[in-house]
Design a protein around this ligand. Structure first.
Ligand code: BTN
Length: 258
């Protein structure tokens, strides 16, 4: 990766680290200290890459893209799931631009190719004290670019893949980061309804039988739709349940997808 060839469309600072614990951790510290919208943190390796619901994100050196973007959206926190959806739409489009691969979005935050996860998104936020308004948000994106199957730890080999494994045409991480920042900048300034329509079109969870993990007992149902806030509507025996990110995760009945 060549940081000097990366263009930040926000024209804010772009920091590159050859190794870091987590770009989201650093981005949150900088956001709390007042860093402006559009600040980008990039790393070649993360020793403690983080995923949703307390999971980790495997981030080996030289193989992936580990990027965090600081935003200052003037939104109530209830609308933040929309930001994850917008990032998913931008990520999917950037991957197509650079690799020619058409990924699907597994609700809410995974980019999937050939039924395996190739990228994930973690949005974290801080509120204006005493309000429900977002002071800052960090959009963290991790993309598996060049891994081969044996590069993944055994427990990830059946559920994760890289863009190379999925048949991407030859690309550099610099090209993909530039496309990603460009698409994020474009999608984040598009009307919410356009973004959510694109999200629904590419959401591979819709129509699937899913389990809601994190409910007690685990509930099973059919994913019907994604509402305008980004919540998943699931038809269960008890009726339609509205599932918000951060509360539960969704699994296919027989594995990661289906
Ligand atoms: C997930 O799969 O649940 C989300 C993964 C998000 C990973 C990215 S990599 C860059 C940024 N820094 C982190 O620690 N996590 C995000």
């Amino acid at each position: 990766m060549n940081p000097s060839q990366i263009h930040n469309p926000w024209r804010a600072q772009l920091q590159y680290h050859s190794s870091i614990d987590s770009t989201n951790r650093l981005a949150k510290d900088l956001a709390r200290a007042g860093a402006p919208e559009g600040t980008v943190l990039l790393a070649d390796r993360q020793s403690a890459g983080r995923g949703r619901l307390g999971r980790s994100f495997y981030s080996p050196e030289g193989r992936g893209i580990y990027l965090s973007l600081i935003l200052r959206p003037n939104l109530p926190v209830t609308q933040l799931m929309h930001l994850t959806c917008a990032a998913g739409v931008a990520l999917r489009q950037a991957v197509y631009d650079v690799t020619g691969l058409h990924g699907g979005l597994k609700w809410i935050n995974d980019l999937v190719l050939d039924k395996r996860k190739v990228a994930g998104i973690l949005v974290e936020q801080g509120l204006v004290p005493g309000t429900d308004r977002v002071d800052w948000a960090v959009v963290g994106i991790g993309i598996n670019c060049y891994h081969q199957k044996e590069d993944f730890p055994p427990e990830l080999r059946e559920v994760a893949a890289s863009l190379s494994m999925a048949g991407a045409r030859s690309f550099t991480r610099t090209q993909l980061i530039n496309a990603l920042l460009e698409r994020l900048h474009q999608v984040l300034s598009s009307p919410a309804s356009t973004v959510m329509d694109a999200y629904r079109r590419h959401c591979i969870t819709l129509g699937q039988r899913v389990q809601l993990l994190g409910t007690e007992p685990v509930e099973v149902g059919t994913a019907l739709d994604v509402d305008d806030q980004g919540a998943l509507l699931v038809q269960t025996r008890q009726g339609t349940v509205t599932v918000r990110a951060g509360e539960v995760s969704v699994r296919g009945l027989y594995g990661y997808i289906s």
